[in-house]
Write a protein that binds this ligand. Structure first.
Ligand SMILES: NC(=O)c1ccc[n+]([C@@H]2O[C@H](COP(=O)([O-])OP(=O)(O)OC[C@H]3O[C@@H](n4cnc5c(N)ncnc54)[C@H](O)[C@@H]3O)[C@@H](O)[C@H]2O)c1
Length: 308
C-alpha cells in the first residue's frame, strides 16, 4: 500500500509515516509514483482532472488544510475517490493572523519598524493614523474563522458588519449585504473559500465601492481579489492599503511588493507548531481511515459514498 505526498511545507513527515505504517502503508515523496498510489496527501500542488485521470488505484486525496480549491473534487468524485480536508485545525492562528495584519496596517507597524531599523526615530512615516474604536470592520464569510475574527475584533471597539449568504450572522457582528459592507467598512477581511462562485469577488467594481482609505485584509485565498485592480486602487490613493497572506500566484513576484502600504506574509496564517502538528496528524488519519475501509472524520465529497 503506497501513500504519495505530492508537496508539503513541514519540517519532516515522521507523523504521517508512523500513522500510515500502522495501516500497512509506505510513504513516499516521489511524484513519479502517482499512478501506483493508494492515497495522496496534498498541500498546494494542483490536482486537476488530468492528474486525477493518471491515478490508477487511488482511494483518497487528503488535503493538508481547509480549502480544497487546488483539487478537482468533481473529477475525484467521478473516479470514486474520497477527498478529505482538515476544517478545524487553525481557527486561532488564522484569526490571530488576520488581526495581526489589521493592527500592523492600522498602527503603521511595518513602516515604523523599517524606519527605526534604518536609524530614523520619527513617527512621521506612519502619519496619519486613526483611533480604531468606533471604526467599522467588514467580515466577508462568517464561517469558523470569520466568526473568531469578529469575536476578537469586538475587544478593540470595532463596529462589525458581516456578509455570508449561507449562514446566519450573529453578534458581535451585524449582517449586511456585500455592497453596504464594502461602502461602510474601514477594514475588510476575507474569510471564504475560493470557488468558481467566489473567484474575484473583490474586483475593480467592489474596490471602487469601498470607503476611501479603507484597507483590504486577505488570509483566505489570493484568487478572491483581483490583484491588478487592488494595485490600481492603492496606487491611485483610493484605498489606504492591503495586508495579504495569500496571493494569486504564491512564490512569484508581485507588483504589490513595491507599494509601501502593502503588507505581505507568505501564506503563514495557519502556522503555529501546534496547528502544524494537528494538521499533519489529522490529514494522515483521514488517509488511514480510507485505507482501512472506514469513513474518515472529514469528507469533502460525501456523495462519493452514495455511488456504489
Ligand atoms: N492563510 C492560511 O493559512 C489559511 C488557513 C486556513 C484557511 N484558509 C482559508 O480560509 C478560508 C475560510 O476558512 P474557514 O475555516 O472560516 O471556512 P468555513 O467553511 O468555516 O467558512 C467559510 C464561510 O464562507 C462562506 N461563504 C461561501 N461563499 C460565500 C460568498 N460568496 N460570500 C460570502 N461568504 C461565503 C460560507 O458560507 C462559510 O460560512 C478557507 O476556505 C481557506 O481557503 C487560509
Amino acid at each position: 500500500v503506497l501513500a504519495v505526498v505530492t508537496d508539503h511545507v513541514f519540517g519532516d513527515l515522521e507523523t504521517e509515516r508512523g500513522l500510515l505504517a500502522e495501516a500497512g502503508a509506505t510513504l513516499t515523496e516521489d511524484r513519479a509514483r502517482l499512478a501506483e498510489a493508494d492515497a495522496l496527501l496534498v498541500c498546494y500542488a494542483p490536482i486537476g482532472a488530468e492528474v486525477i485521470e493518471t491515478l490508477g488505484r487511488c482511494r483518497v486525496i487528503s488535503r493538508y488544510g481547509i480549502g480544497v480549491d487546488n483539487v478537482d473534487v468533481a473529477a475525484a468524485t467521478r473516479r470514486g475517490i474520497v477527498v478529505t480536508n482538515v476544517p478545524d485545525y487553525c481557527m486561532d492562528e488564522v484569526s490571530d493572523h488576520a488581526l495581526a495584519l489589521l493592527l500592523a496596517a492600522a498602527r503603521g507597524i511595518c513602516r515604523l519598524n523599517e524606519r527605526v531599523r534604518a536609524g530614523e526615530w520619527d513617527l512621521a512615516p506612519a502619519r496619519p493614523l486613526h483611533r480604531l474604536r468606533g471604526r467599522t470592520l467588514g467580515v466577508v464569510g462568517f464561517g469558523r474563522i470569520g466568526r473568531e475574527v469578529a469575536g476578537k475584533a469586538a475587544a478593540f471597539g470595532f463596529r462589525i458588519l458581516a456578509y455570508d449568504p449561507y449562514v446566519p450572522v450573529s453578534p458581535p457582528a451585524e449582517a449586511a449585504p456585500l455592497d453596504r459592507l464594502l461602502a461602510e467598512s474601514d477594514f475588510v477581511t476575507l474569510h471564504l473559500p475560493l470557488s468558481d462562485a467566489t473567484r474575484g469577488i473583490v474586483g475593480a467594481e467592489q474596490l471602487a465601492r469601498m470607503k476611501p482609505g479603507a484597507v483590504v485584509i486577505n488570509t483566505s485565498r489570493g484568487g478572491l481579489v483581483d490583484e491588478r485592480a487592488l494595485h490600481a486602487a492603492i496606487s491611485s490613493g483610493h484605498l489606504g492599503g492591503a495586508a495579504l497572506d495569500v496571493l494569486e500566484r504564491e512564490g512569484a513576484d508581485t507588483p504589490l511588493r513595491q507599494l509601501p502600504n502593502v503588507i505581505l506574509t507568505p501564506h503563514a496564517a495557519f502556522y503555529s507548531e501546534e496547528a502544524q502538528a494537528e494538521l499533519q496528524r489529522k490529514a494522515a488519519l483521514n488517509a488511514v481511515a480510507v485505507l482501512q475501509g472506514r469513513r474518515p472524520p472529514y469528507v469533502v465529497n460525501p456523495e462519493v459514498y452514495g455511488q456504489a
